[in-house]
Design a binder for this molecule. Sequence first.
Ligand code: GLV
Length: 320
Amino acid sequence: MSKAEVLAVAKLHPFYRQALEAHYTVHDRSHELDPAGFEKLAPRLVGVAATGESLVPASLLQRLPAARVVSVFGVGYDGVDVAAAKTCGIPVTHTPGVLTEDVADLAIALVLSVARRLAQADGFVRAGRWLEGPIALGRKVSGARMGIVGMGRIGQAIAQRAQAFGMSIAYTARSAKPALPHPFFPDPASLAAASDFLVVITPGGAGTRHLIDAKVLAALGPHGFLINVARGSVVDEGALIEALREGGIAGAGLDVFADEPRVPQALLDMPQVVLTPHMASATTETRQAMADLAFANMQAGIEGRPLLTPVPEWTAQVAG
Ligand code: GLV
Protein backbone atom coordinates (compact mmCIF):
# COMPACT_ATOMS: atom_id res chain seq x y z
CA MET A 1 0.00 0.00 0.00
CA SER A 2 1.42 3.39 -0.89
CA LYS A 3 2.11 5.78 1.93
CA ALA A 4 -0.27 8.64 2.71
CA GLU A 5 1.08 12.01 1.57
CA VAL A 6 1.66 15.12 3.63
CA LEU A 7 2.93 18.59 2.82
CA ALA A 8 5.70 20.24 4.82
CA VAL A 9 5.08 23.97 4.41
CA ALA A 10 8.48 24.91 5.86
CA LYS A 11 11.84 23.32 6.51
CA LEU A 12 11.03 20.95 9.37
CA HIS A 13 13.18 20.12 12.36
CA PRO A 14 14.90 16.77 11.61
CA PHE A 15 13.23 15.05 14.59
CA TYR A 16 9.78 15.89 13.23
CA ARG A 17 10.73 15.22 9.65
CA GLN A 18 12.19 11.79 10.43
CA ALA A 19 9.11 10.74 12.40
CA LEU A 20 6.86 11.77 9.51
CA GLU A 21 9.03 10.13 6.86
CA ALA A 22 8.85 6.77 8.65
CA HIS A 23 5.09 6.74 7.99
CA TYR A 24 4.26 9.15 5.19
CA THR A 25 5.57 10.54 1.95
CA VAL A 26 6.61 14.07 2.86
CA HIS A 27 6.47 16.70 0.12
CA ASP A 28 8.87 19.43 1.06
CA ARG A 29 7.44 22.90 0.32
CA SER A 30 6.04 21.70 -3.03
CA HIS A 31 3.48 24.51 -3.00
CA GLU A 32 6.36 26.98 -3.29
CA LEU A 33 9.07 24.96 -5.04
CA ASP A 34 6.91 23.24 -7.68
CA PRO A 35 3.66 25.18 -8.16
CA ALA A 36 2.79 23.35 -11.40
CA GLY A 37 3.24 19.88 -9.86
CA PHE A 38 1.37 21.01 -6.77
CA GLU A 39 -1.88 21.25 -8.73
CA LYS A 40 -1.89 17.46 -9.18
CA LEU A 41 -0.52 16.70 -5.73
CA ALA A 42 -2.82 18.91 -3.63
CA PRO A 43 -5.96 16.70 -3.77
CA ARG A 44 -3.97 13.75 -2.36
CA LEU A 45 -2.50 15.55 0.66
CA VAL A 46 -3.99 14.34 3.93
CA GLY A 47 -1.88 16.38 6.33
CA VAL A 48 0.07 19.62 6.61
CA ALA A 49 3.20 19.85 8.75
CA ALA A 50 4.16 23.36 9.83
CA THR A 51 6.49 25.13 12.22
CA GLY A 52 5.68 27.87 14.71
CA GLU A 53 6.71 30.52 12.20
CA SER A 54 5.46 29.09 8.92
CA LEU A 55 2.55 30.38 6.88
CA VAL A 56 -0.56 28.32 6.20
CA PRO A 57 -2.87 30.84 4.52
CA ALA A 58 -6.49 30.41 3.44
CA SER A 59 -5.38 30.22 -0.21
CA LEU A 60 -3.42 27.04 0.58
CA LEU A 61 -6.01 25.44 2.86
CA GLN A 62 -8.71 25.90 0.24
CA ARG A 63 -6.71 23.78 -2.20
CA LEU A 64 -6.50 20.78 0.15
CA PRO A 65 -9.84 18.93 0.00
CA ALA A 66 -8.45 15.74 1.57
CA ALA A 67 -6.49 17.40 4.40
CA ARG A 68 -7.44 16.11 7.83
CA VAL A 69 -5.03 18.04 10.03
CA VAL A 70 -2.48 20.87 10.19
CA SER A 71 0.09 19.83 12.78
CA VAL A 72 2.31 22.69 13.96
CA PHE A 73 5.67 21.92 15.56
CA GLY A 74 5.59 24.80 18.05
CA VAL A 75 3.29 26.37 20.59
CA GLY A 76 2.68 29.50 18.49
CA TYR A 77 0.57 29.10 15.37
CA ASP A 78 0.07 32.70 14.32
CA GLY A 79 1.08 31.88 10.72
CA VAL A 80 -1.90 29.53 10.34
CA ASP A 81 -5.19 31.04 9.23
CA VAL A 82 -7.20 29.18 11.86
CA ALA A 83 -10.48 30.82 10.82
CA ALA A 84 -9.99 29.53 7.27
CA ALA A 85 -9.01 26.10 8.59
CA LYS A 86 -12.24 26.02 10.58
CA THR A 87 -14.23 26.94 7.49
CA CYS A 88 -12.47 24.17 5.54
CA GLY A 89 -13.07 21.74 8.42
CA ILE A 90 -9.35 21.09 8.88
CA PRO A 91 -8.29 20.89 12.54
CA VAL A 92 -5.11 22.66 13.65
CA THR A 93 -2.85 21.28 16.39
CA HIS A 94 0.23 22.66 18.15
CA THR A 95 2.70 21.59 20.85
CA PRO A 96 1.86 23.37 24.11
CA GLY A 97 3.16 22.20 27.48
CA VAL A 98 6.28 20.37 26.37
CA LEU A 99 8.30 23.56 25.79
CA THR A 100 7.07 25.66 28.71
CA GLU A 101 10.09 25.06 30.91
CA ASP A 102 12.65 25.76 28.20
CA VAL A 103 11.07 29.02 27.12
CA ALA A 104 10.80 30.17 30.74
CA ASP A 105 14.44 29.20 31.30
CA LEU A 106 15.57 31.26 28.32
CA ALA A 107 13.53 34.27 29.43
CA ILE A 108 15.36 34.21 32.76
CA ALA A 109 18.68 33.67 30.99
CA LEU A 110 18.04 36.81 28.94
CA VAL A 111 17.11 38.80 32.05
CA LEU A 112 20.36 37.78 33.68
CA SER A 113 22.39 38.29 30.50
CA VAL A 114 21.26 41.83 29.83
CA ALA A 115 21.37 42.93 33.45
CA ARG A 116 24.72 41.36 34.29
CA ARG A 117 26.27 42.03 30.84
CA LEU A 118 27.13 38.37 30.24
CA ALA A 119 27.63 38.58 26.48
CA GLN A 120 29.63 41.79 26.81
CA ALA A 121 31.66 40.34 29.66
CA ASP A 122 32.59 37.28 27.66
CA GLY A 123 33.84 39.47 24.80
CA PHE A 124 35.61 41.70 27.33
CA VAL A 125 37.67 38.83 28.76
CA ARG A 126 38.41 37.28 25.35
CA ALA A 127 39.60 40.62 23.97
CA GLY A 128 42.07 41.03 26.85
CA ARG A 129 40.33 44.17 28.07
CA TRP A 130 40.28 42.91 31.67
CA LEU A 131 44.00 43.65 31.75
CA GLU A 132 43.13 47.32 31.28
CA GLY A 133 40.59 47.51 34.12
CA PRO A 134 37.19 46.30 35.31
CA ILE A 135 34.02 46.00 33.26
CA ALA A 136 31.19 48.50 33.77
CA LEU A 137 28.74 47.69 36.56
CA GLY A 138 25.58 45.75 35.87
CA ARG A 139 22.03 45.97 37.24
CA LYS A 140 20.97 43.91 40.24
CA VAL A 141 18.35 41.32 39.29
CA SER A 142 17.44 39.87 42.69
CA GLY A 143 14.62 41.87 44.22
CA ALA A 144 13.81 43.78 41.01
CA ARG A 145 10.31 44.19 39.56
CA MET A 146 9.28 41.91 36.71
CA GLY A 147 6.30 42.74 34.50
CA ILE A 148 4.99 39.90 32.36
CA VAL A 149 2.99 40.58 29.20
CA GLY A 150 0.90 37.44 28.67
CA MET A 151 0.24 35.27 31.70
CA GLY A 152 -0.47 31.86 30.19
CA ARG A 153 1.39 28.66 30.91
CA ILE A 154 4.80 30.08 29.98
CA GLY A 155 4.25 33.44 31.67
CA GLN A 156 3.44 31.63 34.90
CA ALA A 157 6.56 29.45 34.58
CA ILE A 158 8.64 32.62 34.14
CA ALA A 159 6.99 34.14 37.23
CA GLN A 160 7.78 31.04 39.26
CA ARG A 161 11.46 31.26 38.34
CA ALA A 162 11.65 35.01 38.92
CA GLN A 163 10.19 34.59 42.39
CA ALA A 164 13.16 32.40 43.26
CA PHE A 165 15.25 35.54 42.63
CA GLY A 166 13.10 37.48 45.06
CA MET A 167 11.59 39.49 42.21
CA SER A 168 8.11 40.95 42.55
CA ILE A 169 5.75 39.96 39.73
CA ALA A 170 2.98 41.87 38.01
CA TYR A 171 1.31 41.11 34.70
CA THR A 172 -1.02 42.13 31.96
CA ALA A 173 -3.14 39.76 29.90
CA ARG A 174 -6.45 39.80 28.03
CA SER A 175 -8.17 39.43 31.39
CA ALA A 176 -7.15 39.20 35.06
CA LYS A 177 -6.56 35.73 36.46
CA PRO A 178 -8.06 35.86 39.95
CA ALA A 179 -6.39 32.58 40.93
CA LEU A 180 -2.95 34.22 40.65
CA PRO A 181 -1.51 36.20 43.58
CA HIS A 182 0.17 38.81 41.33
CA PRO A 183 -1.18 42.29 40.58
CA PHE A 184 -2.92 42.68 37.22
CA PHE A 185 -2.43 45.76 35.06
CA PRO A 186 -4.98 46.54 32.35
CA ASP A 187 -2.44 47.40 29.65
CA PRO A 188 1.28 47.05 28.83
CA ALA A 189 2.06 50.76 29.35
CA SER A 190 0.85 50.86 32.96
CA LEU A 191 2.64 47.55 33.62
CA ALA A 192 5.86 48.86 32.04
CA ALA A 193 5.77 51.94 34.26
CA ALA A 194 5.83 49.61 37.29
CA SER A 195 8.53 47.23 35.97
CA ASP A 196 12.32 46.99 35.79
CA PHE A 197 12.18 44.00 33.43
CA LEU A 198 9.27 43.77 31.00
CA VAL A 199 9.03 40.22 29.67
CA VAL A 200 6.90 39.63 26.60
CA ILE A 201 5.38 36.16 26.22
CA THR A 202 2.04 36.70 24.55
CA PRO A 203 0.88 34.94 21.35
CA GLY A 204 1.73 36.66 18.05
CA GLY A 205 -0.73 37.48 15.28
CA ALA A 206 -2.84 40.47 14.32
CA GLY A 207 -4.30 40.90 17.81
CA THR A 208 -0.94 41.63 19.45
CA ARG A 209 0.91 43.33 16.59
CA HIS A 210 3.06 46.18 17.98
CA LEU A 211 1.48 45.81 21.41
CA ILE A 212 4.86 46.99 22.70
CA ASP A 213 5.17 50.38 21.03
CA ALA A 214 6.95 53.67 21.67
CA LYS A 215 4.51 54.55 24.44
CA VAL A 216 5.14 51.31 26.35
CA LEU A 217 8.91 51.69 25.94
CA ALA A 218 8.74 55.27 27.22
CA ALA A 219 6.84 53.98 30.25
CA LEU A 220 9.50 51.32 30.86
CA GLY A 221 12.00 54.14 30.99
CA PRO A 222 15.78 54.62 30.94
CA HIS A 223 16.42 52.04 33.68
CA GLY A 224 14.09 49.39 32.27
CA PHE A 225 14.91 46.32 30.18
CA LEU A 226 12.73 44.63 27.56
CA ILE A 227 12.83 40.86 27.08
CA ASN A 228 11.00 39.31 24.11
CA VAL A 229 10.55 35.54 23.89
CA ALA A 230 7.17 35.77 22.13
CA ARG A 231 7.10 36.89 18.50
CA GLY A 232 8.95 39.71 16.75
CA SER A 233 5.61 41.09 15.58
CA VAL A 234 4.55 41.92 19.15
CA VAL A 235 7.21 44.63 19.45
CA ASP A 236 7.47 47.69 17.18
CA GLU A 237 11.09 47.03 16.27
CA GLY A 238 11.64 50.52 14.86
CA ALA A 239 10.41 52.08 18.10
CA LEU A 240 12.59 49.67 20.08
CA ILE A 241 15.71 50.61 18.12
CA GLU A 242 14.91 54.27 18.62
CA ALA A 243 14.40 53.81 22.38
CA LEU A 244 17.67 51.89 22.71
CA ARG A 245 19.56 54.43 20.61
CA GLU A 246 18.27 57.37 22.62
CA GLY A 247 18.72 55.72 26.03
CA GLY A 248 14.94 55.61 26.42
CA ILE A 249 15.34 52.09 27.85
CA ALA A 250 18.45 50.49 29.37
CA GLY A 251 18.71 47.38 27.22
CA ALA A 252 16.95 44.42 25.65
CA GLY A 253 17.17 40.65 25.46
CA LEU A 254 15.64 39.44 22.21
CA ASP A 255 15.03 35.90 20.99
CA VAL A 256 12.60 36.90 18.25
CA PHE A 257 12.60 39.54 15.50
CA ALA A 258 10.27 41.11 12.97
CA ASP A 259 11.93 39.56 9.90
CA GLU A 260 13.75 36.43 11.06
CA PRO A 261 16.44 35.35 10.46
CA ARG A 262 17.37 38.89 9.44
CA VAL A 263 18.25 41.12 12.40
CA PRO A 264 18.55 44.90 11.89
CA GLN A 265 22.14 46.13 11.81
CA ALA A 266 21.25 48.74 14.43
CA LEU A 267 20.55 45.96 16.95
CA LEU A 268 23.69 44.05 15.98
CA ASP A 269 25.71 47.17 16.76
CA MET A 270 24.27 47.75 20.24
CA PRO A 271 26.21 46.39 23.22
CA GLN A 272 23.27 46.80 25.60
CA VAL A 273 21.28 44.23 23.61
CA VAL A 274 21.57 40.43 23.89
CA LEU A 275 20.46 38.62 20.75
CA THR A 276 19.58 34.94 20.41
CA PRO A 277 18.36 33.14 17.26
CA HIS A 278 14.75 32.19 18.17
CA MET A 279 16.00 29.32 20.27
CA ALA A 280 13.81 29.38 23.37
CA SER A 281 12.69 25.75 22.89
CA ALA A 282 15.91 24.60 21.23
CA THR A 283 17.15 21.86 23.52
CA THR A 284 17.51 18.27 22.37
CA GLU A 285 15.05 17.02 24.98
CA THR A 286 12.35 19.55 24.19
CA ARG A 287 12.70 19.40 20.42
CA GLN A 288 12.28 15.62 20.67
CA ALA A 289 9.19 16.02 22.83
CA MET A 290 7.79 18.57 20.37
CA ALA A 291 8.46 16.23 17.45
CA ASP A 292 6.78 13.32 19.25
CA LEU A 293 3.70 15.43 20.01
CA ALA A 294 3.50 17.02 16.55
CA PHE A 295 3.80 13.57 14.97
CA ALA A 296 1.18 12.06 17.29
CA ASN A 297 -1.22 14.86 16.37
CA MET A 298 -0.55 14.32 12.67
CA GLN A 299 -1.17 10.60 12.95
CA ALA A 300 -4.31 11.05 15.04
CA GLY A 301 -5.69 13.57 12.55
CA ILE A 302 -4.97 11.41 9.52
CA GLU A 303 -6.41 8.30 11.18
CA GLY A 304 -9.49 10.15 12.45
CA ARG A 305 -8.68 9.62 16.13
CA PRO A 306 -9.04 12.34 18.83
CA LEU A 307 -6.33 14.97 18.54
CA LEU A 308 -3.92 15.28 21.44
CA THR A 309 -3.46 19.03 21.50
CA PRO A 310 -5.75 20.94 19.13
CA VAL A 311 -5.45 24.73 19.23
CA PRO A 312 -7.98 26.36 21.60
CA GLU A 313 -10.05 27.80 18.72
CA TRP A 314 -10.65 24.30 17.40
CA THR A 315 -11.59 22.92 20.82
CA ALA A 316 -14.04 25.82 21.20
CA GLN A 317 -15.58 25.03 17.80
CA VAL A 318 -15.99 21.33 18.60
CA ALA A 319 -17.41 22.11 22.07
CA GLY A 320 -19.73 24.80 20.69
C1 GLV B 1 8.26 28.86 18.89
O1 GLV B 1 8.41 30.01 18.69
C2 GLV B 1 6.99 28.24 19.16
O2 GLV B 1 5.96 28.87 18.88
O3 GLV B 1 6.98 27.11 19.65
